[in-house]
Design a protein around this ligand. Structure first.
Ligand SMILES: Cc1cc2nc3c(=O)[nH]c(=O)nc-3n(C[C@H](O)[C@H](O)[C@H](O)COP(=O)(O)OP(=O)(O)OC[C@H]3O[C@@H](n4cnc5c(N)ncnc54)[C@H](O)[C@@H]3O)c2cc1C
Length: 380
């Protein structure tokens, strides 16, 4: 086990830090205020090879590891949570297509992914959240085609224009359900019947597009199936380890941003004739915050390394996602407390960071679901 980055990773980190500081951070406040999607950042990220970071080289990507993915998502998240959420979901979709796609699908969609066409993953439905096995969207066979009907909700990377394709999980056998009755389809946005519905208004990550997806007699060729008929639940769950590590990385970055903001503020704010950083009560807060941030990173890197080494990563991915997302919320709350009344005002970044962090314990499996996965692994 090593706790050091390689030379190549150090170079990647340097590039990421410069890009985040120069191109991502300056937009964070504006994206939060306007709720617009950072299309120009996506294009710049594509030029730098970031949108294809985890795409194998033979399909035009950088072919980098999950450890590098953690570095990339966390650095972007330090600057802007909305951009990091777009990126984390996009890399999840890359991972799923790489793992389950056939040659033709990989050539087409991974190529698009590298050039900056953003991908989406559509599993959740109004009555199927944590209980993904109870989804109701159907895919009925009709010759060489399948006809999709149903509605998905809270789908990231689908907005007014953004989101070029989506992995859609639907029922091909209502009786078997998640025991071989679900199938994953890779659907182009411009397919008739693929309707992007209401764009959600959210508490935070305002620059990340999250929408309803309505499938109305959406007719897709059988060549759009990812894996085999009946593999849908396997595809959805097969992406989770990498997806959870991605959200854990986002949480690490946001937690670190909150910690940095608190350190800076504590050194500048003077009360009782001295910077508030002189108060041991606040120093202890900072020490706890820094310790938890470090622990969150270590858990996340360990899970990523397990995945890179093709070892079982499910329990560790859940531990990382659970701990890092709870840590981001805890650290952001403490950082806001250190800012006092100013932290409650929109003039300071911590107000946005605090709201942005709130989603982390909910999507890609809630904290309660992560604890179920961890305890199941312990008790089996
Ligand atoms: C901003 C945002 C973006 C999202 N992006 C996507 C996306 O791109 N694609 C996608 O498919 N989905 C996406 N989701 C959906 C997200 O994954 C779900 O919201 C999440 O899985 C929880 O489902 P739910 O909201 O239906 O809550 P529910 O499942 O109804 O849960 C409600 C509460 O009950 C608890 N609970 C449920 N079951 C159990 C249990 N067995 N034991 C203990 N407690 C339990 C939960 O932890 C939670 O506290 C997104 C959601 C949001 C808000």
């Amino acid at each position: 086990m090593t706790f050091e980055f390689t030379k190549e990773q150090e170079m990647l980190l340097k590039m990421l830090k410069e890009f985040s500081a120069n191109e991502v951070a300056p937009l964070a406040d504006e994206l939060d205020k306007t709720g617009r999607f950072p299309q120009e950042t996506v294009e710049k990220m594509a030029k730098l090879g970031l949108m294809g970071l985890n795409v194998p080289k033979e399909y035009g990507g950088a072919g980098l590891s999950d450890v590098c993915k953690v570095m990339a998502i966390s650095e972007i998240a330090k600057a802007c949570a909305s951009t990091a959420e777009m990126f984390a979901v996009h890399l999840l979709v890359n991972y799923i297509i790489t793992k389950f796609g056939n040659e033709e699908q990989k050539k087409k969609y991974l190529g698009m992914a590298c050039s900056g066409y953003v991908g989406a993953f559509a599993l959740t439905e109004p009555n199927a959240g944590s209980d993904a096995g109870s989804l109701q969207t159907t895919a009925v066979a009709d010759g060489d085609y399948y006809v999709l009907n149903g509605s998905k909700c809270f789908i990231s990377n689908l907005g007014k224009e953004e989101g070029a394709y989506a992995v859609v999980i639907a029922l091909t056998d209502r009786v078997k359900k998640n025991h071989g009755g679900m199938t994953a389809f890779l659907v182009d946005r411009n397919t008739p019947g693929f309707v992007v519905g209401k764009l959600e208004e959210k508490m935070g990550i305002h620059g990340a597009s999250v929408s309803e997806l309505i499938l109305q007699d959406c007719r897709v060729h059988k060549s759009t199936i990812l894996g085999k008929v009946g593999d849908g639940f396997k595809v959805a769950m097969g992406g989770l380890d990498s997806g959870r590590i991605g959200i854990a990385a986002q949480a690490c970055g946001e937690a670190e941003a909150a910690l940095n903001a608190a350190v800076e503020y504590a050194k500048q704010r003077v009360q009782f004739g001295k910077p508030i950083a002189d108060k041991q009560g606040l120093q202890f807060y900072l020490a706890d915050m820094a310790t938890r941030v470090e622990a969150a990173y270590l858990l996340t890197y360990k899970a990523a390394e397990l995945l890179d080494n093709k070892k079982y990563a499910g329990k560790n991915a859940s531990m990382a996602k659970y701990y890092a997302s709870e840590t981001a919320n805890w650290v952001a709350a403490k950082a806001l407390q250190i800012h006092g009344g100013y932290g409650y005002m929109k003039d300071y970044a911590i107000e946005r960071i605090y709201r942005d962090a709130r989603i982390l314990t909910i999507y890609e499996g809630t904290s309660e679901v992560q604890k179920t996965v961890i305890s199941r692994a312990l008790l089996k």
